[in-house]
Design a binder for this molecule. Structure first.
Ligand SMILES: [Zn+2]
Ligand SMILES: [Zn+2]
Length: 139
């Protein structure tokens, strides 16, 4: 991805639109139970940005505490998940790759929380897989 790039996305109904500036910190597939229930999907794919590089350009997500130390935002009109912020990642906002206008722009580099991966989900990629998180992020 080129430096200085700005990427846009938003919810399904268009009430919430956001913009993310510059390079993301990382892109990862998450298999945890919490993400599964919030997205109603067997896994989800995040892109992490510094919080100050993400701005809401239309509307704002409604937020709730999804687990201790974690806040999730969603569109109050259509329900699309918008973001995740957790104490483990201070200063970061995690957005969902598939809410961006061009999800193809983001290349995931890792699977996390595979200890909770559903047994019937079979993926053919060769990315590194971590039971929880990469060693430098273990709490
Ligand atoms: Zn919406
Ligand atoms: Zn997760």
């Amino acid at each position: 991805m080129a430096r200085g790039v700005t990427r846009s996305g938003g919810c399904r109904c268009g009430a919430v639109r956001f913009r993310a500036e510059g390079e993301p910190n990382w892109v990862a597939h998450c298999h945890c139970r919490d993400c599964r229930s919030v997205t109603a999907s067997p896994m989800t794919t995040y892109v992490a940005y510094p919080r100050d590089k993400v701005s809401m350009v239309k509307g704002a997500p409604r937020t709730f505490a999804s687990s201790p130390g974690a806040t999730r935002g969603f569109c109050s009109a259509c329900g699309t998940p918008i973001n995740f912020e957790g104490e483990r990642w201070p200063g970061e906002t995690h957005l969902f790759v598939c809410t961006f206008d061009e999800p193809r722009d983001f290349e995931p580099s890792v699977h996390v929380q595979v200890a909770q991966q559903l047994p019937w989900l079979h993926l053919g990629d060769t990315l590194p897989r971590y039971e929880r998180f990469p060693p430098d992020e273990e709490a």
